[in-house]
Design a binder for this molecule. Structure first.
Ligand SMILES: Cc1cc2nc3c(=O)[nH]c(=O)nc-3n(C[C@H](O)[C@H](O)[C@H](O)COP(=O)(O)OP(=O)(O)OC[C@H]3O[C@@H](n4cnc5c(N)ncnc54)[C@H](O)[C@@H]3O)c2cc1C
Length: 461
């Protein structure tokens, strides 16, 4: 019998396990992860840049979770990356977010400095109807993030936390005073273990498991909003004024035609555009390396348009997935890329036009026409945002700016929970799978918070 079974070995699960074992070294803790151990995770698209639809995606699944190959950008605040500030109150949320930073510092060699926000750039944006978000950022970079996660995993194992890879949890069952956790390793027969407490930390890739569990136990679920957009790539020099002074320009805009909110975020200086596979649906993303020799001459960021369905429509994720799936279909199973100049002239980008572009694409994508796949409203919002950004970073709306479609952010449904993030007695739901967090820091913070609750550690922030 385990004291705690953690489902999912992403940052939420790892931070929860670490805090719990530090708080009480006598605890018997197991982590069950459907993907590979961190050292074995490998994306074949890395070699030929084309997604081959692996059964379990090594980019989103495995120890260290969806963040394993990420840019390792830890946003140390509550302005975005989740709603922990609303859930816990600003002070307590900040305490737990800063705890993530302190834990990472213990496991990172040569911990990078913090990037702070900049008043002059904030003013420049305000003067152009743009809102630069205030946030301190710690950028580990893909390589250092990977190593830091491995050190954290090693420490967990040294402290006796049992870690199983390639083990998918199928369902949980309520028993007398504990839970039965049914799980399967690869193609073997399903097995069952028992645990007093369960922490579900299955991230976005485990949303089907969360929905199944909620349906089984009659737990109410609320729909979340969805963001639809593109990954934008251009010459790095265009954003140098910003990227040399703040780590990451995250900018909000209210569009003129629809008065919708769009956001520019996930900025990667000298970065690469990448492909992400969510249940066979390929969407764009981006990352960058900390080492100067691995930098490219480009930068990339996302521009997303938020869509919130009110009323009875309960399937915003499926809606956005269908747009992405349709884009993959029109791009022969790939991500679609279009020059901004072609988009506004109403013509598709073809291989010839792309080859003439001064911006060299860092992802091999299918040249096409985004206006045939993205909804009019989202596309109008994206185009207006690019023109607005061009006022603070001239060159942003150049003809050769590349748009990769699509990049969607699906937020998990939000199951009803109490103040401890328990969805039923002894079952805690944390991280991106809870619909509450959308990033590494807040997911990790939620894991630490829940571990404190389970082990009875009182914090008065
Ligand atoms: C390419 C990319 C780049 C990103 N860059 C950043 C960044 O720079 N900064 C930032 O803040 N955020 C970034 N993000 C988002 C960030 O990675 C996530 O917010 C974060 O990983 C969420 O952590 P989590 O532990 O909640 O979930 P996850 O990291 O998704 O981990 C959940 C784990 O649960 C496992 N799992 C799911 N279902 C089951 C099951 N039934 N049984 C067993 N295991 C299961 C999955 O395999 C997965 O490993 C990025 C994401 C991607 C994909």
């Amino acid at each position: 019998m385990y004291d705690i079974a953690i489902i999912g070995g992403g940052i939420g699960g790892l931070m929860a396990a670490y805090r719990a074992i530090v708080n009480d070294p006598t605890l018997k803790i197991i982590i069950l992860e459907k993907g590979m151990s961190l050292s074995k995770r490998h994306c074949p698209a890395g070699k030929n840049q084309k997604c081959i639809h692996c059964k379990v995606c090594s980019i989103t699944s495995g120890y260290a979770g969806a963040g394993a190959f990420s840019d390792g950008k830890f946003n140390l605040g509550t302005a975005y990356g989740g709603t922990m500030g609303e859930e816990l109150g600003e002070d307590l949320a900040m305490y737990y977010i800063n705890q993530v930073d302190s834990i990472l510092e213990q496991f990172a060699d040569d911990y990078p400095p913090m990037y702070h926000s900049n008043e002059e750039l904030k003013l420049k944006c305000l003067q152009n109807n743009l809102r630069l978000l205030d946030m301190n950022v710690r950028h580990l970079g893909t390589d250092k993030n990977f190593d830091t996660m491995q050190s954290l995993i090693d420490a967990l194992e040294e402290q006796g936390v049992e870690m199983r890879d390639l083990t998918e949890v199928l369902e949980i069952e309520k028993m007398d005073g504990c839970y039965a956790v049914s799980h399967r390793r690869g193609s073997r027969e399903a097995e069952v273990l028992q645990a007093s407490k369960i922490i579900i930390s299955t991230g976005r890739s485990g949303s089907d498991f969360v929905i199944r569990t909620c349906k089984k136990f009659g737990i109410r679920m609320d729909a979340n909003s969805v963001d639809i957009g593109v990954r934008v790539e251009m010459k790095d020099i265009i954003w140098r004024e910003f990227s040399s002074q703040i780590y990451e320009p995250k900018i909000l805009y209210r569009t003129k035609t629809f008065e919708d909110r769009t956001r520019m975020f996930c900025f990667n200086q000298g970065g690469l555009v990448s492909a992400e596979n969510n249940h066979g649906v390929i969407t764009a993303n981006g990352h960058s390396f900390a080492q100067p020799e691995k930098k490219t001459e480009n930068c990339n960021f996302a521009i997303l348009s938020s869509i919130h369905f009110d009323g009875d429509f309960q399937k915003p994720t499926e809606y956005a997935e269908n747009i992405a799936r349709n884009t993959n279909f029109a791009a022969e199973g790939n991500i679609m890329v279009q020059r901004f100049g072609d988009l506004i002239r109403g013509r598709r980008t073809n291989a010839h036009r792309l080859s003439q572009s001064t911006v060299r694409p860092t992802l091999q994508a299918f040249p096409g026409d985004l206006s045939v796949v993205l909804p009019y409203r989202a596309l109008t919002n994206i185009i207006e945002t690019i023109y607005a950004l061009d006022k603070v970073a001239p060159g942003c709306a150049n003809d050769d700016t590349l748009l990769y479609g699509c990049e969607n952010k699906y937020y998990s449904i939000k199951p009803k929970h109490n103040e401890n993030f328990e969805i039923m007695e002894g079952v805690y739901l944390i991280g991106d799978g809870s619909g509450i967090t959308r990033g590494l820091s807040q997911s990790g913070a939620m894991g630490i918070y829940v571990a404190d609750k389970i082990t009875g550690r009182e914090v008065n922030a």
